[in-house]
Ligand binder design. Structure first.
Ligand code: SF4
Length: 373
């Protein structure tokens, strides 16, 4: 164990700067962050691309522990997770900074922020867990920006939640190195991973990243972890929505991850540095879903649109609509408490706990830091 690893856990109350574990010293004296494949090489005083991790005193530190850009109670379907505790509410929060540089970012005000003002709210892991419990949330979600960049805070919050029987959800790009990935997901119960496209050129030119590490994370989650996994692909007209690419992507999911990993196709709206593209037509989402179903996936969804057919969950054996869904609103429910289809008894893949939640489509802002209470 290196010196940095031994220093983990030194977290003075109220201090948002903490030591981290995954880094090493380079021959030229710089330190390299080993959390994501970007591998930022930094001198003291420099921040990584994510801006919330940086070099100080010859080691990599996290500068945003316990800081947040805001809290909301959402439907779990908004993450999106359709086969994980349907109908329940989730306490969502994020910090600032991201490890990719997607030109189409739909959360750029937080993910691209370099202002600590964005992190105006603060909460200890225990505060988060207590708030989730008080508000009746079944889970907490690390979302808005990628929790990989604030993994130490997310893991501590997940542990505090687990102690109260509340589950933890990571909404992430899956762009992470192997060693921290194992530690991070040990603390998580579910993940929605963005699979932004199925070409290296898209990841390189549009996201400033790479596809291969994301595929590794997906395979790791499905084959080596107990984390419930769903995938989201945001379809951008003319960039990642060709029949050929969607065919390759969904075939890969079926072959490598199996037919039971839910796949969500969601609609793009022009934002950040990609304002020259039009919104995704609903027909594109339906076309993508049909390709996924043709390639054998059991749970393919359209998202961000009113589409009862494309948003519902069907029994893969008898075809019954076991969970009717219109955007985030649940309709008829035809599952036994165990998650089995009431018509034929086939077990539906997912995490189910009896009757569905009744949160509906509401979105409620929450303040946690003492100054707001
Ligand atoms: S987590 Fe941040 S600092 Fe570390 S390699 Fe990734 S972008 Fe760089």
């Amino acid at each position: 164990m290196d010196e940095a690893a031994e220093s983990i856990g030194v977290r003075p109350p109220g201090d948002s700067i903490i030591d981290t574990r995954y880094w090493h010293v380079l021959a030229d004296g710089r330190v390299q962050c080993d959390v994501c494949p970007r591998a930022c090489k930094l001198r003291d005083g420099q921040r990584g691309l994510c801006f919330v991790r940086g070099a100080e005193a010859g080691r990599i530190k996290l500068f945003s522990y316990g800081r947040s850009s805001g809290f909301c109670v959402d439907p779990i379907e908004k993450k999106p997770l359709n086969n994980f505790l349907p109908g329940t509410s989730v306490l969502s929060f994020g910090t600032a900074g991201c490890l990719l540089a997607c030109k189409f970012c739909q959360n750029w005000d937080m993910s691209k922020s370099r202002e600590m003002d964005t992190l105006a709210d603060s909460a200890s892991p225990e505060d988060l867990a207590a708030t989730a419990e008080r508000l009746g949330c079944a889970s907490i979600a690390f979302t808005y920006n990628d929790p990989v960049v604030f993994m130490e805070y997310a893991m501590d919050a997940a542990d505090a939640c687990r102690a109260r029987g509340i589950k933890s959800v990571a909404v992430t790009a899956g762009y992470m190195c192997a060693e921290p990935r194992i530690e991070f997901y040990r603390h998580m119960d579910a993940a929605n991973v963005d699979l932004k496209a199925f070409t290296e050129s898209f990841y390189y030119k549009i996201c400033g990243g790479a596809l291969a590490p994301v595929l590794e994370t997906l395979e790791y989650l499905k084959t080596e972890s107990n984390v419930w996994l769903e995938i989201t692909t945001l379809l951008i007209p003319g960039e990642n929505d060709s029949d050929a690419e969607l065919n390759q992507l969904t075939q890969w999911v079926a072959d490598k991850l199996g037919p039971d990993v839910p796949l969500h196709f969601t609609a793009f709206h022009p934002d950040w540095k990609m304002r020259d593209k039009s919104c995704t037509p609903p027909a594109t989402l339906t076309r993508a879903r049909n390709i996924a179903l043709a390639n054998g996936l059991h749970y393919a969804y359209t998202g961000n649109i009113h589409d009862r057919k494309g948003g519902s969950t069907y029994c893969p054996h008898c075809g019954t609509a076991v969970i009717e869904r219109d955007w985030y609103e649940l309709g008829r429910w035809r599952l036994a408490d165990s998650g089995a289809c009431k018509s034929c008894g086939t077990q539906i893949a997912g995490v189910f706990a009896g009757e569905p939640g009744t949160w509906g489509a509401r979105r409620v802002g929450v303040r946690i830091s003492p100054q707001y209470q």
